[in-house]
Design a protein around this ligand. Sequence first.
Ligand SMILES: *[C@@H]1O[C@H](CO)[C@@H](O)[C@H](O)[C@H]1NC(C)=O
Ligand SMILES: *[C@@H]1O[C@H](CO)[C@@H](O)[C@H](O)[C@H]1NC(C)=O
Ligand SMILES: *[C@@H]1O[C@H](CO)[C@@H](O)[C@H](O)[C@H]1NC(C)=O
Ligand SMILES: *[C@@H]1O[C@H](CO)[C@@H](O)[C@H](O)[C@H]1NC(C)=O
Ligand SMILES: *[C@@H]1O[C@H](CO)[C@@H](O)[C@H](O)[C@H]1NC(C)=O
Length: 378
Amino acid sequence: MKIHEIFILFSVIFVISSSKKAKDIQEFFKEKNCDPKCTFNSTNLTKSNMHFFPKSCNQICAEISLNDKTDLSEQELIFLFQNVKSIIGILNIISTNYANLKFLEGLEAVECFDDSEVSILLNYEMTELGLGSLTEVNCDGFSVKVNEKLKILNMPDIKKMKNPTKPNKEVYVGIADNSNSFCISPLEMYNFLEIPTAGVDQIYADSYCKMDTICTKLSKNCIWILGDVKITTNCDLENMKSVEAIFGGITISGTNITDFSFLENLKYVAQLEHKPAVVIENIPNLMNVTFPKLKRVKSDSSYTMEFENVNPIFTLNSTYCYEIRKSLGLSDWAPKFDGFSCEDLDSNHDYIVQNQKKKSENRNGIGAFLIIILYLFI
Ligand SMILES: *[C@@H]1O[C@H](CO)[C@@H](O)[C@H](O)[C@H]1NC(C)=O
Ligand SMILES: *[C@@H]1O[C@H](CO)[C@@H](O)[C@H](O)[C@H]1NC(C)=O
Ligand SMILES: *[C@@H]1O[C@H](CO)[C@@H](O)[C@H](O)[C@H]1NC(C)=O
Ligand SMILES: *[C@@H]1O[C@H](CO)[C@@H](O)[C@H](O)[C@H]1NC(C)=O
Ligand SMILES: *[C@@H]1O[C@H](CO)[C@@H](O)[C@H](O)[C@H]1NC(C)=O
């Protein structure tokens, strides 16, 4: 069982358990000063109670739980939700056969009751969300999982996510196990990355959706790059100066740079594949491992960032490793220096010192060997 599948199980259990709290939701509506005329009191919206739905209100207080028992057509939902811009309460769409959520196209904001999350799960006919106006989700999480035909989100405008009860806690964003060809657009990923309180580690997609307007190769004046970027000695570092986000990975290899000042605008690197997002290798002259503006690094692997064979000062002193980890909010597995996590650098300090001594002796040995070979050929 993959880690994100376990997460799904948890969130399903969570959804089920959260409906137990239905008693105090009226309390919550009171706290939020909900207009009784705009409050929908039933926990299930059906044909039999749809005439109580406050369809003329822009802001409604309601528990919207659509599921396999919901007997409303998409047309009826479009009619009911035509004026709804904001939902205070609960929003779950689970096991329905709707093709999309375009009936919520006008929805701009959701504020969740207590610890609930917006759950869009197991909708077997859904091909896109189509939440075109959604900008603000103040909930414990936002889950879009196991919608087996889902190809795109089409949710281009998300700007704010806050946990309603714990303002410092990340809002969980879980996007996983949708169709095999599910793609997330660079803009959607960028929006999530731009929200400091949105957790991005559990966003999984087969690929990024194509986007004509962004660079797919490094060239002059690129701001976003779609695809992996490799910086080697032959690259024009000038071209990297404008780059703000890479939707893919970056490898910097075998150059004579001494610091990362040429990445003067790089804020985000988001790799969807199961490999590190940032690889820095064979740069013996590197003196400074601080990135000027880098804020977030994401990958499908826990090993988001790797340094291999750079200046030995960085493996001898774990401070640099810990500083990077802290500034980018990485897990305990990243960054790694020559395969060592920050803790490993400390616990293997003596071994690393010995090894470096051996390496430098070997290097001299190999050098002598090459000279002899060369000599024999000439
Ligand atoms: C919903 O419940 C609240 C509080 O009990 C009440 O004030 C309100 O009138 C009810 N609304 C409807 C449409 O029944
Ligand atoms: C819907 O809610 C009503 C009460 O509001 C309840 O009587 C009914 O059993 C519910 N139906 C389903 C399918 O959950
Ligand atoms: C790195 O090498 C290039 C040419 O290969 C040179 O133009 C540049 O000045 C060098 N940079 C440093 C920091 O030594
Ligand atoms: C290291 O690089 C960062 C980012 O470019 C810079 O802010 C910092 O001053 C540099 N540190 C030193 C000691 O040069
Ligand atoms: C490690 O590096 C940091 C930052 O440059 C420095 O403050 C610290 O004294 C160093 N520690 C050791 C054991 O050299």
